[in-house]
Design a protein around this ligand. Structure first.
Ligand code: 5GP
Ligand code: SF4
Ligand code: MG
Length: 450
């Protein structure tokens, strides 16, 4: 998911719309904007892309100088409308809205506790639990958010909106990114820095793991609500999820991917004519590979820009249909050539298998697949949809078997060590590659054991 906040800005809803559109790659299922005006919240949310959902007129109706927005990609909760964010509490004394990116792993425990105390839930998402818990604690909104954050285990980048107030929080491990910038007399907050850049804001402040930042009465204050921990930034943010023009923990995502390509090539002595990256997320790694290997980089595949990321379409049948719609080989480039095909990751193996076939149909003599991440062997419980173990080809098959399955002439993944090398000073979560989860998993532990 992607979250966005605008504080003390005229046209807050329009700015949030631009922000969400820029974060659209983080979720295409649903989107929503809530604005605060003199203690009252107006909201518009629904299924679909931000550009399809909002119009000039509908944004004008969202009056107020403080706003939060969200683009959704469902992991824990299902796709029902009640799970679409922002989630709003309309108290008589106070109205509050919450947007959340990530996944809470002790949600079941918190939910049971809240239900015992009489809370009634409308949806199935963990984000609603956060809002209920905020309402249940005692003290100012800020105090309540702080107490809630300290109870949550897992991944969360949150923005909470109260009257003339935004509160931004990152989980203690720093699994999901969150940054803010000063804009005119106010502030904007975003999941990724690319959504700040498009507003002409190139100076970003990253919220720290375990930190809570309050934008209140025009002033920013920062505080820790949790003890400092080793950092576990989601490796998949760098590998696949984030936009290449974003910086995460001061490392540019494109530069990171290029480095993974370079590391892949470094110990790879392969005779080939061309390097081809799978658009769009693998192009940076392909550049790094080609540069280091001294093999020509070519555009061997064309992507239809109007097909949204196939992975996010929820059923296998849809996924199978989507891939062919999305990518086509350039026959003149491929024919008779020995091709190194670079992709960012293999989850189910569907994409790689399809593309190897496409390239062979286009006349490739050999296709050598190089993956700019390690083998995914374990599910993610922190907000990326690689959730069940059965779905992961790397959990069922060896590298050799995967090579045969995708019908490649050779296959190589990165090692976890190489991935960590690419991250330099940034501590990474690599749980989906090595099973080393950085938090207790509570009820999710069962999913690992069967
Ligand atoms: P597969 O086809 O093996 O199931 O998925 C891998 C492909 O899906 C890669 O080309 C990658 O770019 C794309 N992809 C789409 N969404 C995701 C995601 O959430 N995580 C990962 N690792 N890859 C994804
Ligand atoms: Fe990211 Fe993998 Fe960790 Fe999930 S398990 S947070 S996808 S690195
Ligand atoms: Mg891809």
């Amino acid at each position: 998911c992607g979250v966005f906040g605008a504080y003390r800005l005229p046209q807050a809803s329009l700015i949030t719309y631009y922000g969400l559109h820029t974060l659209q790659h983080r979720g295409q299922e649903a989107s929503g904007i809530a604005v605060m005006d003199q203690g009252k919240i107006s909201i518009q949310k629904g299924k679909g892309l931000t550009i399809d959902l909002f119009t000039k007129e509908s944004l004008k109706k969202l009056k107020g100088e403080t706003a939060v927005g969200h683009v959704r990609y469902s992991t824990a909760g299902g796709q029902e409308n009640a799970n679409i964010q922002p989630i709003v509490a309309r108290g008589l004394k106070e109205q509050v809205a919450v947007v959340h990116n990530g996944q809470i792993v002790n949600e079941k425990e918190l939910r049971v506790e809240l239900e015992k105390e009489g809370c009634i839930f409308q949806g199935t998402s963990d984000s609603e639990i956060i809002l209920h818990n905020i309402q249940k604690e005692k003290g100012s909104l800020y105090e309540r958010v702080k107490k809630t954050a300290a109870k949550l285990v897992g991944a969360f980048s949150l923005i909470v909106m109260g009257e003339d107030e935004l509160i931004a929080v990152r989980d203690q491990k720093g699994l999901r990114p969150l940054s803010f910038s000063k804009m005119e007399d106010g502030y904007v907050i975003a999941s990724e820095t690319c959504a700040l850049d498009i507003l002409g804001l190139y100076e970003h402040t990253e919220i720290l793991p375990g930190e809570i930042v309050r934008f209140y009465k025009g002033i920013v204050s920062r505080e820790r609500y949790a003890l400092p921990s080793f950092q576990y930034m989601c490796a998949m943010e760098y590998i696949y999820f984030a936009r290449p023009d974003s910086d995460i923990e001061s490392i540019n995502v494109h530069a990171f991917r290029k480095e993974t390509g370079r590391l892949l090539a470094k110990n790879d002595w392969i005779e080939a004519d061309l390097v081809v990256g799978v658009p769009d997320s693998s192009l940076s790694a392909a550049i790094g590979y080609a540069e280091c290997a001294g093999i020509e980089l070519e555009q061997g595949l064309v992507k239809n820009r109007f097909v949204t990321r196939t992975f996010i379409q929820p059923t296998q049948a849809l996924r199978d249909r989507g891939v062919r719609m999305k990518l086509s080989p350039i026959k003149d480039v491929i024919e008779g050539k020995r091709v190194v095909m670079i992709d960012d990751s293999i989850v189910r193996g569907t994409t790689s298998r399809r593309i190897v076939r496409l390239l062979k149909e286009a006349g490739a003599k050999e296709v050598h697949v190089r993956i700019a991440s390690p083998i995914i062997t374990s599910p993610c419980f922190y907000g990326v949809d690689t959730s069940t173990k059965e779905e992961l080809i790397g959990a069922r098959m060896s590298e050799e078997q995967i090579k045969d399955y995708i019908e490649a002439d050779s296959l190589k993944f990165m090692s976890v060590e190489e991935l960590k090398e690419a991250a330099g000073h940034v501590g990474l979560c690599t749980a989906c590659f090595d099973g080393a989860y950085c938090t207790p998993l509570f009820s999710y532990q069962e999913k690992l054991e069967n």
